[in-house]
Design a protein around this ligand. Structure first.
Ligand code: FAD
Length: 359
């Protein structure tokens, strides 16, 4: 499952508006959980002019809107009212550079992993640890994607987004984006922003971050002694391909829960009863725990209930074995969270956006 291909051009004889609108459109092929849901209206937008004319349409005023990228970080629990907007805006280019740094600007509809490959192929440092994350460039700032010790916010110079409340295009620097762990202003102010392009500041050299979950070992197995960003991206892609179920084969949205941050006192009390429990320093007075570890300890790994289950490969990943609805996935997620709460006193929160339900 991936971003849809560029929308088909207008039929011969029809004016090209730069977008195609469909009513009551199925979304099952547009979300990596592969659950059924319909959009009241679906707009596939081909270019900025198309977006401009669509946004100017009087019937759109006040209508709810969901921007859909690759559908790899949401759970569709119900049909989607209003407009679902899919942006096929593509392009990656260098806009500024000197001996040390390069600014790369990418359009929202680019596939994230394409951008990572584009940058590492040019020897640029920064995005290599984020290789093989599904989805679009436009979604990358929404939850401040992160993996293997790196968050995308570290490399974002600015985000250009249409502000539906202000009715204007705005360029927000990284500070104004309010990034946090798997969070940003765009996620907190859902419905207000349409991210159109993102600028990344990358380096021509520097230190690679290799001290995370088997990266050094994988590089050694590849026979790489002096790694470059492209080697790190390849090593991480290989690890990810082994550890995570492929959405094309088994519907999922990656990690279903965020790693919880708890008061230090609770983390210490839990560590006494469970000496092997992983934890990391977090904000003042808090520690971050591994949601995967908690779920595994609660006995959920590999559990299956009809068409839904917890991946046998990774306890943090809920899966659709085929034919599941979003409501069934959500029901299982609630059970998992309730059992972790009961056993450890720790509250789990979902990482994907729930559409048509509240947690
Ligand atoms: C197998 C697998 C592994 C994953 N691994 C990781 C990982 O390691 N780290 C990680 O952080 N995530 C991971 N994810 C989650 C997901 O890939 C990322 O969050 C990704 O950025 C989502 O991109 P998308 O285009 O699919 O967004 P969607 O799922 O389409 O949308 C997600 C949210 O972003 C909003 N959105 C999307 N595009 C825009 C836009 N242009 N403007 C405004 N809002 C927008 C949507 O409205 C929605 O609220 C994984 C998912 C899968 C399936």
């Amino acid at each position: 499952m991936s971003l849809p291909d560029a929308p088909e051009p207008a039929a011969p004889g029809w004016p090209d508006l730069g977008y195609v609108l469909r009513e009551n459109a199925p979304l099952i092929a547009r979300n990596t959980f592969a659950v059924p849901a319909r959009a009241e209206l679906l707009a596939d937008v081909r270019n900025l002019l198309g977006l401009e004319s669509l946004l100017a349409a009087p019937w759109l005023a006040g209508m709810p809107m969901l921007v859909l990228g690759g559908g790899s970080n949401l759970l569709l629990v119900d049909d989607v009212p209003g407009l679902v907007l899919s942006l096929a805006l593509t392009g990656i280019r260098i806009t500024e550079e000197d001996e040390a740094r390069v600014r790369v600007v990418a359009e929202a509809g680019e596939r994230w992993d394409e951008l990572v490959r584009w940058t590492v192929a040019r020897g640029l440092y920064g995005l290599e640890n984020l290789a093989l994350i599904p989805g679009s460039v436009g979604a990358s700032p929404i939850q401040n994607i992160g993996a293997y010790g790196v968050e995308v916010a570290e490399h974002i110079a600015w985000v250009e987004a249409f502000d539906r409340e202000g009715g204007c295009l705005r360029r927000l620097d990284a500070r104004a984006c309010g990034f946090a762990y798997r969070d940003s202003r765009f996620r907190r102010e859902a419905g207000q922003w349409i991210v159109l392009r993102v600028a990344f500041d990358l380096a021509r050299g520097g230190t690679l971050r290799l001290d995370y979950a088997g990266v050094r070992e994988e590089l050694a197995a590849m026979g790489i002694e002096r790694p470059r960003p492209s080697h790190v991206a390849e090593a991480i892609s290989r690890i990810r391909a082994r550890r995570l179920p492929l959405p094309d084969l088994l519907g999922n949205a990656g990690s279903f829960f965020k790693n919880p941050e708890v008061p230090e006192a609770l983390a210490e009390a839990l560590a006494q009863g469970h000496p092997g429990m992983p934890s990391w320093p977090a904000a003042a007075g808090q520690r971050k725990l591994s949601a995967a570890w908690l779920i595994e300890q609660a006995g959920w790994r590999g559990h299956r209930e009809g068409p839904v289950g917890v991946s046998a490969q990774h306890a943090l990943v809920l899966v659709n074995h085929g034919g599941a609805t979003g409501a069934q996935v959500l029901a299982l997620a609630r059970k998992v969270a309730a059992s972790v709460q009961e056993r450890f006193g720790v509250t789990l929160e979902p990482e994907p956006i729930l559409v048509g339900a509240r947690w």
